[in-house]
Design a protein around this ligand. Structure first.
Ligand code: GDP
Ligand code: GDP
Length: 437
C-alpha cells in the first residue's frame, strides 16, 4: 500500500508550492487531464528509482481559513494523524513563530514521525537557517526552497528513509478473478447504505477479508455470477465493526482505497448537489488514473422539477469528467444497481483494453487528416507516429516535432478523437508526447 506523507504548517509557508514541487510530473511533455483546472490537494510523488508515496497538502484541505483553527481544521488534523510521515513546513524568512510552536505541540501529541522542512531558504546559510529552529528540539530538519526547487531531491531522500518498510507483497493477495471496487465519497452520500444493500441482496455470500495493516478492510461479494472485492470504505468498516463510532471522512483512507481498487465509484448526493469535496474526491481518482463511475444517489427523494435541476447541475459541475458514466441510483430502494454494475464493467473493460501499434498510429493519422495541428506563430507541430504505452489508464505515446507548440485545445481534440474511435468510457486517457523518434 502506498505510504502517505502529510504537509502541515501555518498559512503562507509554502505548502502548496512544495506540494507542486513534489507531485508535479518531471516529464513536462506528459499531458494528463486536459481541461481540468482545479486545486489539487492530493497527489503522488514518484521519485526516480524510489518508492512512490502519496502527498496530502493539509493546508489545501483546510481551505482558506487563517490561523491555527484553519491550519489545523478537523480534516487536516485527521489526515496528519493518519499519515506515515508529517512534513512540518516553516518559513526561513519569518523564522519560528508562535503559531509554528502551537502546531508543533499538536503534532507531538499526534505521535506521528515528523520531519522539519524549513522552506524559502534560497540564498541563506543552511546552518544559520536550521539553527533558528533548533529550539523546537526536532532531530531531523531539511532546508529547501520549494519555489526554486532547491533541496527537493535531498528532501525526497530523507522522506524515503523514513517511510515504513514495504510489506512483502500486497497485504492480502488480490485475486485476479475478483474485480476490486471502492465506493468513495464524502460523509452521508449513502456509501454504507449501498454496501449494506449489496451485501444484503446477496444474502451475505460475503466474507470479510482481514487486513494486516491499519484498519484496512475488504469484503468479497458475488453478484450475478461475478466476483468482486469491495475495498475499504467507511461503510465497510461500519458494517465490520458495528460498535465502532460513526466513521468520519478520511482523506488518507480514501486515497488508499483508490490506490487499491480497479474501479472507483464516486458517490454524490443528488439532493445536495456536487460539492467541492465531491470534486476533490473525483480529482484524486483522476490523478490515480483509475477507471471511474459516478453514482448519483438518493434519486428517489426528488420530484420531477428537482430531477431536472439536479441533472443540469451534474452536467455543469461534472463537465471535467464528461467521459465518466453518471448512473442514477437509490441505495435505499436498490434501484439503478444493475445499471451501476454494467457501467462499472464498461469502465473496467475500457481501462484495460489492449491496443496494437498499427491501430494507434492509424487513429493518430485519421485525427490529423481530419484536423491538422494549428500553426502557432508560423510553426505547426508535426505528429509523426504513435504507439500504445500501457493500460489502466490507456496511455498513448505520440512522437513528432515542435510538440511544444501543440496547443491544449488540440490535445483535447486528440483525446476526444481517441475516446470516440476506440469507444473508451469511464477511464482517463493519457498521452505522452515525445519530441523526435
Ligand atoms: P501555503 O499557504 O503554505 O500553501 O503557501 P504557498 O505555497 O501558497 O506559498 C505562499 C507564498 O510563499 C507564495 O507567495 C509563494 O510564492 C511563496 N513561496 C513558496 N515557496 C517559496 C520559496 O521557496 N522561496 C520563496 N522566496 N518564496 C516561496
Ligand atoms: P455514508 O456516510 O456515505 O456511508 O452514508 P449513509 O449510507 O450512512 O447514508 C446517509 C443517510 O442518507 C442515511 O440517513 C441514509 O438512510 C440516507 N440515504 C442513503 N441512501 C439513500 C437513498 O438512496 N435515498 C434516500 N432518500 N436516502 C438515502
Amino acid at each position: 500500500m502506498m505510504p502517505v506523507v502529510a504537509l502541515v504548517g501555518r498559512p503562507n509557508v509554502g505548502k502548496s508550492t512544495l506540494f507542486n514541487a513534489l507531485t508535479r510530473s518531471r516529464d513536462a511533455l506528459v499531458h494528463d487531464q486536459p481541461g481540468v483546472t482545479r486545486d489539487r490537494h492530493y497527489g503522488i510523488c514518484r521519485p526516480e528509482g524510489g518508492r512512490a508515496f502519496s502527498v496530502v497538502d493539509t493546508g489545501g484541505i483546510a481551505g482558506d481559513e487563517e490561523g491555527l483553527s484553519g491550519a489545523t481544521s478537523r480534516q487536516a488534523r485527521q489526515a496528519a494523524a493518519e499519515a506515515d510521515l508529517v512534513l512540518f513546513i516553516t518559513d526561513a524568512r519569518e523564522g519560528a513563530s508562535a503559531l509554528d510552536a502551537e502546531i508543533l505541540a499538536w503534532l507531538r501529541r499526534s505521535a506521528r514521525p515528523v520531519l522539519l522542512v524549513v522552506n524559502k531558504s534560497e540564498g541563506l546559510n543552511v546552518q544559520t537557517v536550521l539553527a533558528e529552529f533548533a529550539h523546537f528540539g526536532l532531530a531531523d530538519a531539511v532546508a529547501v526552497s520549494s519555489a526554486h526547487r532547491q533541496g527537493i531531491d535531498d528532501l525526497i531522500d530523507e522522506v524515503l528513509e523514513r517511510l515504513p518498510e514495504e510489506l512483502p507483497g500486497p497485504e492480502v493477495e488480490d485475486d485476479p478473478g475478483r474485480l476490486r471496487i471502492a465506493f468513495i465519497g464524502r460523509p452521508n452520500v449513502g456509501k454504507s447504505t449501498l454496501v449494506n444493500r449489496l451485501l444484503g441482496e446477496e444474502r451475505m455470500i460475503a466474507s470479510d477479508v482481514p487486513g494486516t495493516t491499519r484498519d484496512s478492510v475488504a469484503i468479497d461479494m458475488e453478484r450475478d455470477g461475478r466476483s468482486y472485492r469491495l475495498i475499504d470504505t467507511a461503510g465497510l468498516r461500519r458494517r465490520a465493526r458495528v460498535e465502532e463510532a460513526v466513521e468520519k471522512f478520511s482523506v488518507v483512507k480514501t486515497l488508499q482505497a483508490i490506490e487499491r481498487c480497479q474501479v472507483a465509484v464516486v458517490m454524490v448526493d443528488a439532493s445536495e448537489g456536487v460539492t467541492d469535496q465531491d470534486v476533490s474526491v473525483l480529482g484524486y481518482a483522476l490523478d490515480a488514473g483509475r477507471a471511474l463511475v459516478v453514482a448519483v444517489n438518493k434519486w428517489d427523494g426528488l420530484d420531477d422539477y428537482q430531477r431536472s435541476q439536479a441533472q443540469a447541475m451534474l452536467e455543469r459541475k461534472l463537465a471535467f469528467v464528461e467521459w465518466a458514466e453518471k448512473v442514477r441510483i437509490s441505495a435505499l430502494h436498490g434501484s439503478g444497481l444493475r445499471e451501476l454494475f454494467a457501467a462499472i464493467h464498461r469502465a473496467h473493460a475500457s481501462a484495460t483494453r489492449e491496443f496494437g501499434t498499427a491501430e494507434v498510429t492509424r487513429a493518430m493519422e485519421v485525427a490529423v487528416q481530419s484536423t491538422a495541428p494549428p500553426s502557432v506563430g508560423g510553426h505547426a507541430s508535426k505528429l509523426r507516429f504513435a504507439h500504445p504505452a500501457g493500460t489502466n489508464p490507456p496511455t498513448f505515446v505520440i512522437h513528432g516535432n515542435r510538440l511544444r507548440v501543440l496547443p491544449d485545445s488540440y490535445r483535447r481534440y486528440l483525446e476526444n478523437f481517441f475516446r470516440k474511435r476506440f469507444k473508451l468510457v469511464g477511464t482517463p486517457v493519457r498521452f505522452i508526447f515525445k519530441e523526435g523518434d
